[in-house]
Write a protein of this length. Sequence first.
Lengths: 233, 461
Amino acid sequence: MDAWIELARGPLFRLALLICALGLAFRLGNAAYLLVAAWRRAGDRDLPWRSVAEATARWLFPSQLLTVRPFYSAASFLFHVGILLVPFFLAGHVALLDGILPTWWPTLAPSLADTLTVLSAAALLAVLLARITAAAARALSTFQDVALLVLLLLVVVAGFFAAHPHASPFDARAMLLVHVLSGNLALVLTPFTKLVHCLLVPLTQLLSEVGWHFPAESGRHVAVVLNKENEPV
Amino acid sequence: MAFQCSYYLEPVDTTNLPRRFLDAFAAILAHSNYGAVLDTVARISARCGRCAVTCPVYQASQDPRDIPCVRSELLLRIYRRYFTLAGAVKARAGHPFTLTEEYINTLAEEVYRCTACRRCKLECPLGIDHGLITHLARWILAEVGIVPKALRVATREQLDGKTHNTSAIPAAAMQDTCEFLVEDCRDTYGMKIAFPIDVEGAEYVFFPAVSDYLLEPDTLMGNAAVLTATGASWTIGSHYFDGINYGLFYSDRMLDRIVSKEAEEVRRLKAQKVLIGECGHASRSAKFFIKTFCGGAKAPPVVNIMEYTLQALRAGKLECKPNAIDARVTYHDPCNIARSGWIIDQPREILRAICAEYVDMTPRGRENYCCGGGGGTVSIDELREFRTKIGGATKAEQIRRTGATILVAPCANCKKQLREVCEDHGLDHVQVVGLHDLVLKAIVPPPPMRVEKQDDAQKDE
């Protein structure tokens, strides 16, 4: 078991981290490149920077989140806070990164990390149940939407029991192995699934705005390609 | 299976339809900016469903198909399958999704259940603009010949027809109407107004929704009264005088061709600016897309008539009687001018200056609810039941709650829709009017505009 754990949090973790970092760097670079290229092609390059910045800030720090569907939104917010903070700031995680990256940042107090973990798990469970039980939510959910929630829930719950062997109903070493393996999987999946929004979301408001700024020749070029230049309406 | 939607279509050529759809999609992706958007949106779309709560169509129908991200997913699915590497790999690995005629039929039905009001954009945590995706889907469909007949026939007359406008009004008839309005305004309101036609070198060329010439005499008289009273340098071009632009609803190619006609008319008349009448989509298409398609910063600036009127009122060039309107008045924000934050407070300032009792709806402005006829659906008569019972249900409640008897909607489309909404929701006591209909009643004409009593006497004789 220990050998498996060492393998999982040693070489496999480093590999997962590498795939995640390279994948995210590629995605961010690609999105930024497409964004700039689109803007340069636009017939009108004048953008409403202020409203774009306001909308971006509004969703990075969602102060008005609870005005709509308060319970679901609160649950969603809680699990986002947990899964953003705990992976980077838990002392155990920082120790694991030590030697791979310069780890200069502070760590979370263990009690706060525990609280965040429990809240995240509860919130993830609530969101998962909402996805499965509400008819409208089922209609819009894909396999990925449910599977990623289950995966993240597994990471969080297994992590909590690995850190609290006395509370764990299962073997704590096994929990640790599950935690590390599922965590590695989440890292690898991040650039290739909707989890990639963790990095791209600061760009999306701008992107939606640039989307409305069409190239001046777009219509004429499309007509040429489709051989419709002289076609009546 | 015949291709069928709940709106009328001209016969659809279904030969190789999926192939042709994908060719059109590919051509559009290659020459537009949608690819940049789809590449990111197709990856990040989290389908959290928050948009469901903000969409007036879904709120009324409670049918999951009307959830904005469910609708967008229809197009994103095609994009992922046919235009991404992962989609190609999945297809090789036996992933079952294939584009079919039935699927395109479903898409065609769903994208015209969206009123393109873009309210959902405000509440998407990921910043996804479902209105933009609907807009793109409609363009692709148009390139394979799938466009609501009402929109296409009107656009055909505007671009290829003899009259160059969506209502097929000959220029001579438009001029007759203007002369009739001059007489009507003199007789009814005691004011001399003018509609200058083809005056070269004017500051503004005026483009109302052309249907105003048929349906909204008071709005046009109000527009002309303000322009006459303030001594504006303006004109109407007899070669092209229609502000309506259904291209905004179904095809960027048409959008381009239509705004280019406006810019061309301004050039022909050696004028400086485009002045749009009371119409939301006409204003947005001119304001945002003349710059896009007609020369960027060098394109003629676009002004909406309400901006002009407010400026004149503030500068003291226009005098209006306070409290001229004594009924309770409320205001509907047309999505196309309010969602971007462009025109929200201007009309309210004008209304407060002339109404004894002005009340706002909640929510209002940027967060307003669509009238239910947006995205061109109001022009599709066969969709009336959907438009008023579903699309306009939330709006009807909003109107009822204000207790107003006059509802101001500065938009030809919103007005038509709201009249039908009021009719179908038992709000018969509510009168739906344009903003300048009320300004017309409040305006204090400067002396040269007043009709002399002699004139009256002469007329009576």
